[in-house]
Write a protein that binds this ligand. Structure first.
Ligand code: TRP
Length: 338
């Protein structure tokens, strides 16, 4: 019966910060390719986002902005389930259950919790600590086979797998596990875009330094300026050497990700010209790449009623998948069915 059923791909995105070129080249663009082959669900994880203080007005605007950008990047709201996490109560409900099957010792090992609590020493709340359990619930509710995440989320995914296996061992039969144990889907190397000012760290959507990231809604002038100022090195040679020349390697990765040009071809094309022309070419490629996305964004964001319909349908389709799973979990635990 389930043979022809497509596998589920699920990912969550925090509606905080601003979506960057790194999100586009490293994630969003790949997700568009997945939409034919998999049953894809993407959640705007607002419940996760409140582990740090948010301005309510900004949070709401961000959710619409992110959704409109996803669609503008090519994610078809019919083919993908695009939804807001808080619209599907089963996420919080399953998170509670999984809390009782996650060890404090496991959560203590989460490096992101340690990093985040260091950065926000005045707001180390229980939600921040429990964040990975809610993420496990997001994933396990949907019978998810694959989870596209960046490197930084691998440890959380590993925890979700451990909790699923533990729960299955207690409540599942060998031929009938309760949860599917999800696999990570890590983007191919080179798809990882680094900061323009700090090319040894990932381009982040919640960076304070404006010039470190290219945002999907940046205009041509801003993009040009950011690439002009991008950190390179004291040399003048366009050559792919990520260890020795991380700035140049990152710019080459960006150009190659957009145009498909090989590093060798690039090296030959810009030989003996210094970095000026090269940077201008990268800027130009990025501007052209983002232009259609930005044009579509304007129309999509302008139709807020349309976005609300997408979320309404997304929430209904997500709940239709999540609720039977939650009911099954409650059932195996011995809760009386409703
Ligand atoms: N923790 C993820 C991040 O910050 C976001 C997230 C929440 C997520 N739930 C998820 C990612 C489920 C993948 C699957 O990037």
């Amino acid at each position: 019966m389930t043979q022809t059923k497509k596998q589920v791909v699920l990912s969550g995105i925090q509606p905080s910060g601003r979506l960057t070129l790194g999100n586009y080249l490293g994630a969003l663009r790949n997700w568009v390719r997945l939409q034919e082959q998999y049953d894809c669900c993407y959640a705007l994880v607002d419940l996760h986002t409140i582990t740090a203080r948010q301005d309510p007005k900004v949070l709401r605007e961000r959710c619409y902005e992110f959704l409109a950008l996803y669609i503008a990047c090519g994610l078809d709201p019919q083919k993908n389930v695009l939804f807001v996490q808080s619209h599907v109560a089963a996420h919080a409900q399953l998170a509670w259950v999984l809390n009782c099957y996650t060890m404090v010792g496991e959560l203590n090992r989460m490096t992101q919790f340690k990093d985040k609590s260091q950065k926000n020493a005045d707001n180390i709340n229980a939600g921040l600590y429990d964040y990975p359990v809610l993420m496990a619930a997001d994933i396990l509710l949907y019978d998810t086979a694959k989870v596209p995440v960046g490197d930084d989320q691998k440890q959380h995914l590993e925890l979700a797998r451990d909790v699923a296996i533990r729960f299955n061992n207690i409540y599942g039969a060998p031929d009938k596990p309760v949860f599917r144990v999800p696999e990570p889907m890590i983007p191919p190397v080179g798809a990882r875009i680094m900061g323009l000012q700090e090319p040894t760290a990932k381009m982040s959507k919640s960076d304070d330094a404006e010039s470190n990231a290219v945002y999907l809604l940046d205009g041509p002038d801003a993009i040009e300026r950011k690439f002009k100022r991008a950190v390179t090195d004291s040399g003048a040679e366009v050559r792919y050497a990520p260890e020795e020349k991380p700035g140049v390697a990152n710019l080459m990765s960006i150009l190659s990700a957009i145009t498909g040009e090989s590093f060798e071809a690039m090296q030959a094309r810009f030989a003996g010209q210094g970095y000026g022309k090269f940077k201008a070419a990268v800027a130009e490629a990025v501007i052209e790449c983002l232009k259609p996305v930005q044009a579509r964004y304007k129309d999509i964001r302008g139709d807020e009623a349309g976005l609300k319909r997408v979320l309404q349908s997304g929430a209904e389709r997500a709940a239709a998948k999540a609720e039977p799973m939650l009911a099954r979990v409650h059932d195996v635990l011995g809760f009386i069915p409703k």
